[in-house]
Structures are given as structure tokens and as C-alpha cells.
Design a protein around this ligand. Structure first.
Ligand code: FE2
Length: 495
């Protein structure tokens, strides 16, 4: 039993200062073991017997080597977890992705590569200057495509893994779709079948003074599963910074943030490449609307629409309503970055802008834009029921801070009614910290919120990771499973 997590089901405002920094920072550690098919039991509640399938999670599993911590957890080496559920039982498997960089550093027990988010090799700027190699750390997302599980990292090619054992098969170019080293987003969107068949829609960006955006669509079912079925490339002015996107039946929707990229401190060994991004003074963010092949506007040029101020990493969803395109995204007031002299474990959350969910309505006839805030509560990692991807959705599930306003670590999972604003919250506070929630519809369900929400939390009381299963409709806790591996906060995952 874990006495530490006190779940609350509350719509009431939360008190300020609900967490202990040491509890939060306890998750920044190395994973030292790899387990295979370790049986799991619920410490509280019961695993729903009709929850059958596999939850894959990706995230940094190694944050320190030879006494040197990464500068930012996003520089940690990718480790995949598989939690396989069947008839009320569950098995746990975890494995590091055998990337070239991870294997070389394991063998040397030394930091041999710089990280995009500011991790440097030992020896100061002199030892880092002009080392412009990218260490593909495969740590951002994990998805199934055809016969492979793909560990994704947006600046380079995916790693293919065995979906059952998680063994690394190697870097993949997806049967010749990609050129060696070609960027391949870590944010594919799964179209449930708006164009007659389910597809994985994704993109890659080649940045420069002009940037090229490649939009790719892959079949995900039937004999063509894994094959490329649509492919287009468009060129845009300026340095593109695109982490995520959204889809509708007819459009792929990008938000190009107004950022500048000055690579000099990276080249000179003073900063990581991502630390060279900054707000572009007087810059104008833009929506880039790319017509999908097979849709009503196929073959047409992309449409560019001025976007509101602020920075967006993640979108919740997008959909079409008549002549309007609606995009729901998490906006930050400024570009959040960990500077070269800051230890991420001592970050002052008060000084970093929080993510806020907003809905932007683009009139495709006039180009007019109107936006509204959907919630004042700091949030990240939002999703709708996967069958509503690209369609109007009634509900969103997201990780939120415990208190109603201001920036704090994510400690609760919120279900938001996107029409009425009504919310239901399950909280892991004061000693628990949540990661991305994954909404899993109940097979054969008829209502949009019927199913479960799965999230891995960091339990500060027992210095361990727990999997929490919630009822997606009521947000009541169904089960808490203490995982046999204590792991850092993860990034993205899939069911
Ligand atoms: Fe992301």
C-alpha cells in the first residue's frame, strides 16, 4: 500500500504551495535496471478486467553519467516502458533504446556528446566548440507503425524496436521514405479514418533561412500498414520551429512561433542548439495550414494566417466547422528556456510562464482570427478521445498544476468539458507529480468519455513511480500500481 498519494476529487480551488521541491526533484535520477515481463499488482484498487492492450511510454532514463548531470532532462537518453494489460493483470518491460550515442557512452562511461538542450562534454567551451554532431537520443515519443515500434526524436530518424521485447532493431529510414538523418517529428497524429482508412500523419522540418516542411501520411492498418500513402513538401520563409501540429480531415495545422535562431553560441561551445532559440522581437507568429492529400483542398498551396502572440509547443486538437478551422493549443507567454548557468533542478517556477489552453477560430473565407482562453489553470500534455482526433470533441484530458493559477509542477489530471468549461480533477498532490495522461476508450463505448485515463506519476513519498488508472468519465481512481522501476518524468507515449 502506498499511503502517500492522497487522491482528491475536487472542483474547489487549491491552496498555493502544495508541493515540496525535494519530492519533485527526486525523480531526476538514472534508471539502472531493465526488466522483462515483470508481473504487476495493484497496490490500491483493481486493474479493470476489460482494459486490454499495451501502454508504451518514452522519456529520459539516464540523466547523469560519471558524475555529470544533463543540463536539461530533455537531453536524457530514451528509455521505453511497456505496460501490458490483460484480463485484470499487467506485465512491465523497460529497455533503453540502443542509440549509437548511448552505446558509445555506456562503453566509455563518459559524456561523449553535447545535448541539444545545453548538456556539454567535460572540458568547457574549448572542448565543445565546433562539435556540431547531433546525438539522436530517441527519447520523445513511442508509436507503433506496421511491424515496428518507433522511438522518435524530432531532429533525426526514428529508431525501430521490437514491439514485444523492446529490443532495438536500429535506425530506420522507413523503407526508403527518409534520407539518412532526415528529421522526422516526434508528434505524429493518428487520423481515425477521415479519408477512408486510419492513418499516421506526421512531418519533418529542414530548417534554414527558408524551411522545408514535409508532410507524410502512412497507412496503419491492413496489408499496407506502415506504407507511405501521401507525401508533400512546402517551403516557407524563415527558420521554422515546429514541435507539434494538429490535423483535421482536410488540413494539417502548424503554428510557426515567432522565434529567432542564432547558432553562434552553439558553434562556439557555449550553449546547446535549443538554447540559441529566442523570441523574435516584433516577430509575427503564423498558422501554416497545409492541405492534406485526399482532402477537399488537395494540391492547393498552404495558407498563412497571422497567429496570436505567444509560444506553442503542443496542441490539443483541431477541427472544421463550416468555413472555420478551430485549433485548440497550449500557449506560453514567452519562450521557456533553461539558461546555460541554471540548474534545472532549482528552477523557480514562478519565473517561467505557465501553459494555458486557448481556442483559436480561423475564418478560412476572410482570414479573420478570434481566440478565447478555455482555462486559467496551468496545463500541459492534453488529448481528446483518439476517435475524435480532427473532429469537434466534447472533452479534453490534461496534466495540470495543483493550484488554479500560476506556474507549478504538474500534480493533477483534469477532465475539461470543452463546451461548458466544467471540470473534474484527480490529484496526486501534495507528494505526487503527474506525467502525460493517455485516454483509452473502452472498446465498444458509445459515449466520448467512456474509458480510462492512464498516467505514470512520481510518488515523492516512496521515491518511486506509480501507474494510476482513472475512470475517464468520473475521474475516480480505479487502481494504483507501484512500478518496479523508479524513473524520471517521461515525455510522450501511446496505447
Ligand atoms: Fe511534445
Amino acid at each position: 500500500m502506498s499511503p502517500a498519494i492522497v487522491p482528491t476529487l475536487s472542483d474547489l480551488p487549491s491552496p498555493q504551495g502544495t508541493y515540496d521541491r525535494d519530492d519533485w526533484a527526486g525523480a531526476f535520477r538514472n534508471v539502472e535496471v531493465e526488466l522483462e515481463n515483470e508481473p504487476l499488482v495493484a497496490a490500491r484498487g483493481e486493474i479493470p478486467p476489460d482494459l486490454n492492450g499495451c501502454l508504451y511510454r518514452n522519456g529520459p532514463g539516464r540523466l547523469e553519467r560519471a558524475g555529470r548531470f544533463v543540463h536539461h532532462p530533455f537531453d536524457g537518453d530514451g528509455m521505453i516502458c511497456a505496460l501490458r494489460f490483460s484480463e485484470g493483470g499487467a506485465l512491465f518491460t523497460n529497455r533503453f533504446v540502443r542509440t549509437e550515442g548511448w552505446m558509445a557512452e555506456e562503453a566509455a562511461d563518459q559524456v561523449l556528446y553535447r545535448g541539444v538542450f545545453g548538456t556539454q562534454k567535460p572540458g568547457g567551451p574549448l572542448a565543445n566548440a565546433f562539435d556540431l554532431r547531433l546525438k539522436n537520443i530517441a527519447n520523445t515519443h513511442v508509436v507503433r507503425l506496421g511491424g515496428d515500434l518507433l522511438a522518435l526524436w524530432e531532429a533525426s530518424s526514428p529508431h525501430a524496436l521490437d514491439p514485444v521485447t523492446l529490443e532495438t532493431r536500429g535506425l530506420t529510414l522507413l523503407d526508403g521514405v527518409l534520407k539518412p538523418g532526415e528529421a522526422f517529428s516526434a508528434h505524429p497524429r493518428f487520423d481515425p479514418g477521415h479519408q477512408g482508412e486510419p492513418r499516421m500523419v506526421t512531418f519533418g522540418v529542414k530548417t534554414g533561412p527558408r524551411s522545408t516542411l514535409r508532410l507524410m501520411e502512412f497507412a496503419t492498418e491492413g496489408p499496407k500498414a506502415g506504407q507511405l500513402v501521401a507525401d508533400r513538401s512546402d517551403s516557407f520563409k524563415g527558420f521554422a520551429f515546429l514541435h507539434d501540429f494538429a490535423i483535421t480531415p482536410n488540413w494539417a495545422v502548424f503554428l510557426q512561433n515567432a522565434v529567432d535562431f542564432n547558432p553562434l553560441p552553439f558553434v562556439l561551445g557555449q550553449k546547446g542548439a535549443a538554447q540559441c532559440l529566442s523570441s523574435k522581437a516584433g516577430g509575427q507568429a503564423q498558422f501554416w495550414l497545409v492541405p492534406r492529400d485526399g482532402g477537399a483542398f488537395a494540391g492547393q498551396q498552404p495558407r498563412l494566417i497571422d497567429a496570436p502572440e505567444g509560444f506553442v509547443f503542443h496542441h490539443l486538437n483541431a477541427y472544421e466547422e463550416g468555413d472555420q478551422l478551430v485549433v485548440e493549443s497550449i500557449f506560453y507567454a514567452d519562450f521557456p528556456s533553461v539558461g546555460p548557468d541554471v540548474d534545472f533542478r532549482s528552477i523557480d517556477f514562478e519565473l517561467i510562464p505557465e501553459g494555458l489552453l486557448e481556442r483559436c477560430r480561423i475564418d478560412l473565407t476572410t482570414g479573420n482570427l478570434s481566440c478565447e482562453r478555455l482555462s486559467e489553470r496551468c496545463c500541459e500534455f492534453a488529448m481528446v478521445n483518439p476517435t475524435r482526433q480532427g473532429l469537434p470533441a466534447r472533452y479534453g484530458w490534461m496534466a495540470v498544476a495543483e493550484r488554479d493559477q500560476g506556474n507549478d509542477p504538474l500534480q493533477a489530471i483534469k477532465k475539461l468539458d470543452l463546451q461548458t468549461g466544467e471540470r473534474r480533477v484527480w490529484s496526486a498532490a501534495p507528494r505526487g507529480f503527474v506525467s502525460e495522461p493517455i485516454m483509452v476508450p473502452r472498446p465498444g463505448s458509445t459515449s466520448e468519455d467512456e474509458g480510462w485515463v492512464l498516467t505514470v506519476i512520481w510518488n515523492g513519498a516512496r521515491n518511486g513511480s506509480d501507474l494510476v488508472i482513472l475512470n475517464a468519465s468520473t475521474m475516480a481512481e480505479q487502481a494504483v500500481i507501484e512500478l518496479p522501476v523508479a524513473m524520471p518524468y517521461g515525455l510522450h507515449g501511446s496505447w
